[in-house]
Design a protein around this ligand. Structure first.
Ligand code: FES
Length: 184
């Protein structure tokens, strides 16, 4: 029997547009993908499709707001809490909008002892956002992450997919400016 997905569901607030309504073409793309899954043959094992479905949903919408989680839960006949549990467990899933440029300061031990916290504070100050937030114009997301395996370059900042090493506070402005120029 299908799980009840109607509990724990809150209606998106007026200032948070419902992505499914705002982007019907994307909604259709996700529904077509979910409908293409061989769910009928996976009776009782539909959770096995959850991670790949969330990857697809995030690729389509950029992130996984509640209305998208509800849609995935309904199609896979899972409880919303199961969907949310997976999203919150894996760091590559996010339920918040992500900026065009992702700035992630490594706060692993080697980077921390070489001033990563100061670098993070400087990004926060200049971008006027806190760790875990996205700027209002959607240009930047700021986050922290654990060792990226480049400790000899500490402190390290991931700027989108690129590793920026030996970062000092005066470099923060240059990194932001470079991102903005790339975004023009
Ligand atoms: S601790 Fe930052 S790269 Fe290893």
């Amino acid at each position: 029997m299908a799980s009840d997905t109607s509990t724990n569901v809150t209606t998106p607030t007026a200032d948070a547009p419902n992505l499914l309504d705002a982007f019907p073409d994307k909604r259709q793309a996700l529904e077509e993908y979910l409908d293409s899954l061989p769910l009928a043959r996976a009776a009782g094992r539909k959770k096995g499709f959850l991670i790949q479905s969330l990857h697809r949903a995030q690729a389509i919408f950029g992130y996984l707001p509640e209305e998208v989680q509800v849609l995935v839960a309904k199609k896979l006949e899972l409880h919303l809490s199961e969907v949310y549990g997976v999203i919150s467990f894996y760091s590559f899933f996010t339920d918040k909008p992500v900026g065009k440029h992702k700035i992630n300061v490594c706060t692993g031990t080697a980077c921390f002892v070489r001033g990563a916290d100061i670098i993070l504070q400087e990004f926060a100050r200049q971008l006027k956002i806190s760790e875990g937030e996205t700027s209002e114009d959607g240009m930047f997301s700021l986050g922290g992450l654990r060792c990226v395996g480049a400790c000899s370059l500490a402190p390290v900042v991931m700027v989108n997919e690129d590793v920026e090493g030996n970062v000092e506070p005066p470099m923060v402005k240059k990194i932001i400016r470079r991102c903005m120029q790339e975004g023009e």
